[in-house]
Design a protein around this ligand. Structure first.
Ligand code: FAD
Length: 289
């Protein structure tokens, strides 16, 4: 199939993009890497009257790290981010390696992935796990949307129709934090049936000072494993405690079943992955995050 007819605007800056959005609102869609939007247009699952192409907006192509925050501009391709974080933030690099295939990551943007809001995507769960946020801009100004407030339902975010995400902000793990990342998919490059990211860091006595668990593929949005995190704080990390925390986090999930996996399978796999990623995180504690 071919897309339904649309009006095309090539924006050369973020300001130009939001001006077009202000005129068209919900009738318009931003085109970034096109790796999700173009198939949806071709299948006519999306029929926007206007496309605002931001690929020429050079002011959105930047990566910065300052004060413990990694800022990723809306035009940064997933592959560029993957290379940039490879030695700096291996947790993010590991997550990106599992996003589709290299050809998709060469074109797809990290911010487009976050804005698309697929609950089986790796990056939204990571943004949630890292207490991240996105910067939303309209002609009226900018606002910061925390990851916990961004995702409402599958492919549905709290972005307004006249807003563009200009930047994603990942809060970097504290020095010495350990990390784990794992997913189960039918084939490499497929969206995950279930996945989990975990972070742990310890205080001077070796007790757990911080714990983060983030799930994807097991709900209508990415889900934070708060029930498990709370069981670990201030305690010695033992295998039994990590297992208990993983099971508690998974028990709080309400995944849907579909053609690919039942709800029960997803919950069980999530528990196993949470335990594995917490163990991996503990083993890496003390090394660079
Ligand atoms: C075969 C295949 C396999 C894939 N596998 C995975 C996978 O395993 N995991 C995964 O996470 N993803 C996967 N993807 C999706 C891929 O990561 C996309 O690149 C990504 O989801 C969207 O990024 P994009 O830049 O291509 O955005 P686009 O496709 O251009 O846009 C996607 C949506 O986000 C909106 N949008 C984009 N940028 C902005 C912005 N700056 N502000 C506001 N709205 C914006 C668009 O309007 C659109 O609604 C796969 C894609 C394909 C084709």
């Amino acid at each position: 199939m071919k897309p339904a007819p649309f009006e095309y605007h090539a924006a050369l800056s973020a300001a130009e993009a939001v001006e077009v959005l202000a005129r068209h609102g919900d009738a318009a869609k931003v085109l970034a890497g096109g790796q999700s939007l173009v198939p949806m247009l071709n299948f006519r699952l999306a029929r926007p009257g206007v496309l605002v192409d931001i690929n020429g907006a050079a002011d959105l192509d930047y990566l910065r790290e300052a004060d413990g925050v990694l800022a990723v501009g809306a035009l940064v391709r997933q592959r560029k981010l993957e290379r940039w974080v490879a030695d700096r933030v291996p947790l993010i690099a590991e997550a990106l390696r599992l996003v589709g295939h290299v050809a998709i990551r060469n074109r797809g943007t990290a911010v487009g992935n976050l804005a698309h809001g697929d609950p089986a995507s790796e990056l939204p769960a990571l943004l949630l796990c890292l207490d991240g946020a996105v910067v939303a801009r309209s002609v009226g100004g900018e606002r910061l949307i925390a990851a916990a407030e961004l995702y409402l339902a599958p492919l549905t975010t709290s972005l307004a129709g006249d807003e563009i995400v200009t930047e994603a902000r990942f809060t970097l793990p504290p020095a010495g934090a350990g990390w784990g990342f794992a997913e189960v998919a039918r084939r490499h490059g497929d969206f995950a049936l279930a996945g989990c990211a975990a972070l742990l860091w310890r205080d001077g006595e070796g007790r757990i000072a911080g714990a983060r668990i983030g799930f994807f593929g097991v709900g209508s949005t990415p889900v934070r494993g708060s029930a498990g995190e709370g069981l670990l704080l201030g305690l010695e990390p033992t295998p039994a405690r990590l297992r208990e925390a993983a099971q508690a986090a998974a028990a709080a999930l309400s995944p849907d079943g579909d053609l690919h996996a039942t709800a029960d399978y997803r919950r069980r796999v999530a528990g196993v992955l949470a335990e594995r990623t917490l163990i991996a995180a503990l083993e890496r504690c003390g090394s660079r995050p």
